[in-house]
Design a protein around this ligand. Structure first.
Ligand code: UDP
Ligand code: MG
Length: 310
């Protein structure tokens, strides 16, 4: 018998907890056929609704349901880390509670593990049901990210991923505080099979990601997996030095030939404004890296557990 750990991060998902369980149990045929036992690990990310109560109710009915409950909202990345840390399976799969990751894909995914892949990942090829602006920025993000980072980050990749113990341990060995999971998956490598599917809309409730939250998340991703912005800052510095040098020459030559070095107050103001803007921008980039480094050296725990039910 093999044990499959199904890890489900939940933040205010009271309506979806039971639906998810029911949907997963529809695959009993497949589990029996392949001799797979499963454990269902709900990671409650500090929900303010009845998520925990719902999971406890399920646990009362089915021993295979487990719960880890955080002391507050730590974010999905922390929930994923906790789930991977606490799971006991030979295989682990990450799934969203809102059924956007269809459990019906599991048999196919498992098939690839049997073929020898270390991990089977999914990406959605459409973004139907999503605001147009959001899709546009998402595409831009992936394009920029893949230009400036050596870690491959696949457009439309979801966190829905089936992996072997080997990959789980590899991910756990990256104990960084700023966890950009999409990048971490790419970074650890291993033989990965990509499955594509059409976007499924969230079953119940609302998405937990506002546009602003996504935007900040994308900045975090860039900072965590690329140092190119720092290089941009240095390159801009050099360019401005060259520009300044040329202007000095021009001014000297003009003085020698026409005797008028001082006209041009407006251009001077514009230049000062622009250069100080660039300086602040570069300082900002530096600040971003510094703040991440600051959080990292503090070595705070990634999450805190309030309650655990096995
Ligand atoms: N989630 C979480 N912590 C958070 C935000 C979200 O654990 O702070 C969970 C959420 O309950 C869901 C999954 O992460 O199971 C994906 O969230 P959501 O569906 O809101 O994101 P989307 O599918 O819109 O990207
Ligand atoms: Mg969702």
């Amino acid at each position: 018998m093999k044990l499959l750990s199904v890890i489900v991060p939940c933040y205010n998902e009271e309506e979806n907890v039971r639906d998810f369980y029911d949907e997963l149990c529809k695959n009993t045929e497949f589990f029996r056929e392949k001799q797979i036992e499963f454990e269902l690990l709900y990671v409650d990310d500090g929900s303010k609704d009845k998520t925990v109560a719902e999971v406890k109710k399920l646990h009362g009915e089915d021993e295979r349901v487990r719960l880890i409950s955080f002391s507050r909202n730590f974010g999905k990345e922390a929930a994923i880390y906790a789930g991977l840390q606490k799971c006991r399976g030979d295989l682990a799969v990450l799934m969203d509670a809102d059924l956007q990751d269809p459990p019906s894909l599991l048999p196919e995914m498992y098939g690839y593990i049997e073929q020898g892949y270390d991990s089977v990942a999914t990406r959605r090829v459409t973004r139907k049901g999503e605001p147009v602006i959001r899709s546009f920025f998402a595409r831009m993000f992936y394009r920029i990210m893949n230009k400036i980072s050596r870690t491959e980050i696949v457009d439309g990749a979801r966190d829905y991923r089936l992996m072997t113990r080997k990959v789980v341990d590899a991910i756990l060995s990256m104990s960084e505080y700023n966890r950009f999971t999409k990048g971490i998956f790419g970074w650890v490598g291993y033989e990965t099979k990509w499955l594509e599917y059409e976007n499924v809309e969230r079953r119940k409730g609302e998405t937990k990601w506002s546009f602003w939250k996504l935007f900040m998340y994308s900045i975090e991703g860039i900072i965590a997996f690329s140092t190119v912005p720092l290089t941009i800052a240095s390159v801009m510095g050099v360019l401005f030095c060259i520009l300044a040098f040329i202007m000095i020459i021009v001014t000297i030559v003009r003085k020698l030939m026409f005797g008028d070095p001082t006209s041009g107050w407006p251009s001077l103001v514009c230049l000062i404004m622009m250069v100080s803007g660039v300086q602040l921008f570069c300082l900002g980039i530096l600040g971003q890296y510094l703040s991440k480094t600051y959080m990292e050296v503090k070595k705070r725990p990634i999450y805190l557990v309030k309650e655990e039910i096995d």
